[in-house]
Structure formats: structure tokens, C-alpha cells
Ligand binder design. Structure first.
Ligand code: HEM
Length: 370
């Protein structure tokens, strides 16, 4: 049974393998007192450390006193930890004038620019604090978000939440690359999380990057990307494959055979055109091999869009990186300008969070910042 330690050099939930489910919570702070925020982060740290180990919140008799509301909401009682990870970060607004921390804001953590085609809705954007909870059981993940929100009462309130899923590992014991809701394998081109040197280059903020409190942390970008599934489902297989530059069945690059074959941009199809079209998503996102980030996305489905009667479903895109300017922004500018995938998607929500380094036992999440 895998149990991820909460304490350590890095926060879990970044390079640890993705679990079956996700509950994401974005919070706004209602207190303007930094000591109250500090107290909240201390309580959150203790609670997160317990919940990731599958323990109930509160020391006895906090859950058995008949005259008090129980300390733990109880729906995860008796359940295994389900590989729970809880990853905390602070948003750009954490560095506004309220807490006197503006001077600590890293240059690698800018406000995101408005990208071409953005259709952002404020109810899916931003937040002072972001918490990504992932677990192999949705009830366990929900329990964590609910209890963190409960603990925050008086200091922070939920701003938005989103649940996400992917095929479960039980459904695919070979743990191949999961497919997104467009039916394509998603994650093939990710950097190798077992390659420490590459993780240093791509994911982990380094001490020399200019914000010592973020060293060994990582910047997260979240985009709630709706898919126009009804339109996608009417497009031909050929069109779908040209959109990603990969075969749907195998996940191999067009013109190649196996999923992990390299993208060969000089390969030609039978008519002499590039086998991987110049506006194919993989080709553009490859960034000529020079820029990478780590994707850790989940699918989402949130009922119907009542205005159009169409599914509100798509990709809850999450990525981690060492410098948002050089990685997500550079990549998304390129995709927004010419990605063939843009016909079928629309970016509805957006947020970014500076995810702290891991906490040490006795310390708390964010203690190097405030
Ligand atoms: C590759 C899907 C949005 C960055 C891929 C692949 C698929 C895919 C199927 C090919 C398999 C793979 O390498 O994982 C999607 C869908 C999106 C989306 C459905 C939106 C709904 C984005 C965004 C970014 C991004 C917003 C970053 C700004 C990448 C990268 C690759 C990739 C870096 C790998 C390129 C390489 O091989 O080097 N995506 N993606 N994707 N995507 Fe996306």
C-alpha cells in the first residue's frame, strides 16, 4: 500500500505518479492579519499530514464527545489513505498590499497575460491560495478539501473548486498513458520524473533563481479548458489525428509506429506534406525541444452548460515548472496563436500558484516565506 509522506524536500503531488482523482480548491483569505494566516497554515499543515496518512482529524475525545460537533467530518473514517497528496501554493494576489509581502514576489511568478482566444470566466479564475488534493478515491479527496475549508473558517473561504478524474489504475493495470476526453493518450511527451537532473532543469525552483523561499518548490499553472466535444465527435479520425499530430489508437507520432518514438518533423506523408502538420498541437507544444514543463492534468465533467445544452467537460490542465514566463507563457503564446486544437477548445478558467518547497516536521507549509 503506497502512502506518500507529507513532509520532505518537495511537496508530494508534483512528480509523484498521478492518482485516479483530484479535488482542486482555490481559497480567498478573508483575514488581513498575517499572524492569522500563519496560524491557518500551521493548522492546515498538521491536518494535511494526518489526512495523507489516513488518520482522523483531532485527538480523542474530539470525535466521540456527544456534546460537540466532531473534529473530523467522518466520511473517510476507516478508509485507507488512497495515496492522498495535498499540495499547497499561493496565488499572485497573496503578494498584493494586504500582507506586506510584495517584495518577496518572484519574477518567475508573473500575472498571466491575456492569451489570444481566452474565454475566461471570473468564477473559475484566481485565488489567494490553491490546494490540489489527489487520491485514488474521490470520497477521500473530497474529505480533505472539505476539512481544510472547515478549518479555514474565519480566515479563508472557498473561491472555486473542481473535481477531476482519469481512467483508474484498476481499469488499466498496465498503467499505460491515460487518454483524455478526446480519446487520445495524454502525457506521452512529458519529461521523465525519474530523471533528477531534468527535474531540476524543468520543475524545481533552484536556490540561484532569485527567490530563496521557493527553492525546491515549483510554480503551478491551472487552466480549466472546455472541450467542444459535440463538434469534436463529428470530426473525422483523420482530422482528429492531424489536430494532435499523433495516431489516436497507438499514440505514436504521425509517420512513426510506437507511442514513444520521437516526433520527426521532417517526415512526409504520401502527398509530400509534413506528416505532422505545422499547426499540430504536439508539434507546436514541443517548442523545438527547447522548452518543457511537467503536465499533470485531469479530465473534468461538470454537468451541462444550460445556455447551450452542451456538456461542460474538458481538461483541467495543471502544469508545473521552474519559471512561468519562460515555460507556460512562452508555450501558451505559441499555442494560442496557431494550434489546430483551438477549433475544439476554449480556456474558461485560469489560476497560478507558487507551490512551496516541502515542509519539515515541526515547521509548516510556507514557513520560509512568512
Ligand atoms: C502534448 C492534449 C493543452 C502542452 C499533448 C498531446 C495531447 C495533448 C493528446 C500528445 C501526447 C503527449 O505528448 O502528451 C491536450 C489537450 C489540451 C492540451 C486535449 C487542451 C484541452 C495544452 C496546453 C499546454 C500543452 C494548454 C501548455 C501550454 C503540451 C506539451 C505536449 C503536449 C508540452 C508535449 C509536446 C512534446 O511532445 O514535446 N497534448 N493538450 N497542452 N501538450 Fe497538450
Amino acid at each position: 500500500r503506497t502512502v506518500y509522506p507529507f513532509y520532505g524536500k518537495h511537496q508530494a503531488g508534483i512528480i509523484t505518479p498521478s492518482q485516479n482523482f483530484m479535488c482542486f480548491a482555490s481559497f480567498d483569505l478573508t483575514s488581513t492579519q498575517l499572524d492569522e494566516v500563519r496560524a491557518l497554515f500551521k493548522k492546515w499543515t498538521t491536518a494535511a499530514a494526518s489526512m495523507t496518512q489516513g488518520l482522523m482529524l483531532g485527538d480523542e475525545p474530539a470525535n466521540t464527545n456527544p456534546n460537540l460537533p466532531p473534529a473530523d467530518t467522518g466520511e473517510a473514517a476507516g478508509l485507507i489513505p488512497s495515496k492522498t497528496t495535498i499540495t499547497f501554493g499561493v496565488g499572485p494576489s497573496f503578494f498584493d498590499s494586504r500582507f506586506g509581502l510584495a517584495g518577496k514576489r518572484p519574477a518567475a511568478f508573473p500575472d498571466l497575460p491575456k492569451f489570444r482566444g481566452d474565454a475566461l470566466q471570473s468564477e473559475w479564475c484566481g485565488g489567494d491560495v490553491g490546494v490540489q488534493v489527489c487520491a485514488d478515491d474521490l470520497q477521500v479527496a473530497f474529505h480533505a478539501v472539505r476539512n481544510l475549508a472547515r478549518i479555514a473558517r474565519g480566515t479563508a473561504v472557498l473561491r472555486w473548486t473542481q473535481e477531476g478524474f482519469q481512467r483508474t489504475t484498476a481499469a488499466e493495470p498496465s498503467s499505460g498513458t491515460p487518454r483524455n476526453l478526446m480519446g487520445f493518450k495524454d502525457g506521452t511527451g512529458n519529461p521523465d520524473v525519474n530523471d533528477e537532473e531534468q527535474m531540476k532543469q524543468v520543475v524545481w525552483v533552484q536556490p540561484e533563481d532569485g527567490a530563496p523561499w521557493m527553492a525546491q518548490g515549483s510554480y503551478m499553472v491551472v487552466r480549466r479548458i472546455r472541450m467542444r466535444l459535440e463538434v469534436w465527435d463529428r470530426s473525422t479520425l483523420d482530422d482528429q489525428q492531424q489536430t494532435f499530430g499523433r495516431y489516436r489508437d497507438s499514440g505514436a507520432p504521425l509517420g512513426a509506429h510506437n507511442e514513444f518514438d520521437p516526433l520527426d518533423f521532417s517526415a512526409k506523408d504520401a502527398s509530400g506534406n509534413p506528416a505532422i502538420p505545422v499547426n499540430a498541437h504536439s508539434r507546436l507544444a514541443h517548442m523545438d525541444g527547447k522548452t518543457k514543463l511537467l503536465r499533470r492534468a485531469y479530465s473534468y465533467s461538470s454537468g451541462l452548460d444550460l445556455k447551450t445544452g452542451q456538456l461542460d467537460a474538458g481538461l483541467f490542465f495543471i502544469c508545473f515548472q521552474r519559471d512561468i514566463r519562460k515555460q507556460f507563457v512562452a508555450m501558451q503564446e505559441r499555442l494560442a496563436a496557431s494550434d489546430k486544437l483551438n477549433e475544439y477548445i476554449s480556456h474558461i478558467g485560469s489560476a497560478s500558484f507558487a507551490c512551496f518547497p516541502g515542509a519539515t516536521e515541526g515547521g509548516y507549509i510556507g514557513d520560509q516565506l512568512f
